[in-house]
Design a protein around this ligand. Structure first.
Ligand code: SF4
Length: 333
């Protein structure tokens, strides 16, 4: 990367960066870590409210380490990828036990912690501690592939490593955090995906290889993903009086430990007062799709094996993943 590209990028960032709750003049490592974890796979606009609420409940790493599991999942409800929340707490507990309650400065130490990969380690080390470390995410890979006219497949680890090495040697050692954030910001607001970059606003419009050579539609190169597995689910919305039946998902795997609607099973006929369709919904995860139909069943008595909860209890303390949001209106109808 040419020195004038770096200067242009940082000047552009200073003049154009968005005001975001986690962009403080001297952000703490905790704040950088929390915001970066929340922003994985999630839009900035969606994260803003969660970030503030989370910090109210857990203003410090010590408070996060002590946070009750159900409260943790409730705070995360709707953000998805719930293992992120569990790893935050696990890491906070390790930090309290082994690191005096602070995040290490060294990226090589940071990546040993649950839920922290190379990208997050680089972001925390550079933004909070000023350590020269690259932070390579999908945005950064896209921007650089276009700016440099690089046809390497960005889905490959070797490409990410090569980009990280180039960035490490190019980044200004006195301001690595600002440099990393500038690059991420450029990818997030100017060099947009799917062939729609705003090159007229880009500080690199005079040097960008993709713009000069008409390659924007072809870059970045990314290998096709495997198709997602489709899983058909028949669910029950079981009601008894004012209460709804929920069950907890297993402690491991997808949506571990969260609550869900029961899978359809053979109902005891003498308890069934009425039953009707509650429609269908599709939820898309990274590697699978749930195609769900639900039936709303009113019972005259409770069936064993479920938690029977009121609407108020659901709002207050039961984390129901957004996979079920298509049925939310029918739960207490
Ligand atoms: S000039 Fe356009 S394609 Fe090139 S880096 Fe800037 S926004 Fe991306």
């Amino acid at each position: 990367m040419l020195p004038e590209m770096i200067d242009g990028l940082t000047a552009w960032y200073d003049a154009n960066k968005r005001e975001l709750p986690w962009r403080e003049p001297q952000p703490s490592a905790y704040h950088v870590w929390l915001s970066e974890i929340m922003l994985q796979q999630t839009r900035v606009e969606a994260v803003k409210g969660y970030y503030g609420r989370f910090l109210e409940a857990a203003p410090t790493i010590a408070a996060l380490a002590r946070l009750d599991d159900d409260r943790l999942l409730k705070l995360w409800e709707g953000l998805g990828y719930y293992s992120r929340a569990r790893n935050l707490k696990r890491t906070a507990q390790i930090l309290m036990r082994e690191h005096g309650g602070v995040l290490p400065r060294d990226p090589a130490e940071l990546i040993k912690l649950p839920g922290i990969g190379l990208y997050t380690a680089g972001a925390v080390a550079s933004i909070a501690y000023g350590v020269p470390a690259p932070a390579v995410d999908g945005n950064v890979l896209r921007v650089l592939a276009r700016a440099e006219g690089d046809f390497s497949n960005i889905a490959l680890e070797q490409t990410k490593k090569a980009v990280a090495a180039r960035l490490l040697s190019a980044m200004p050692k006195h301001a690595p955090g600002a440099f990393n954030q500038a690059l991420m910001e450029l990818g997030a607001v100017v060099c947009l995906p799917n062939g729609a970059p705003r090159c007229g606003q880009c500080p690199w419009q005079n040097s960008c290889a993709a713009l000069r050579e008409g390659l924007i539609g072809q870059l970045p190169v990314k290998s096709a993903k495997k198709p997602r597995a489709v899983i058909e689910r028949r669910l029950f919305i079981l009601r008894c009086g004012e209460r709804l039946a929920l069950r907890r998902r297993p402690e491991h795997g997808l949506l571990a430990g969260l609550w869900e609607l029961p899978e359809a099973f053979a109902l005891p006929g003498d308890l069934v007062v009425s039953r009707e369709s509650a429609g269908s919904a599709v939820h898309i995860f990274t590697h699978r799709e749930w195609h769900m139909t639900a039936e709303r069943v009113v019972l005259s008595g409770r069936i064993e094996g479920f938690s029977w909860i009121t609407q108020e209890e659901l709002e207050r303390e039961f984390a129901l993943p957004s996979a079920f949001s298509g049925f939310r209106a029918a739960l207490f109808a």
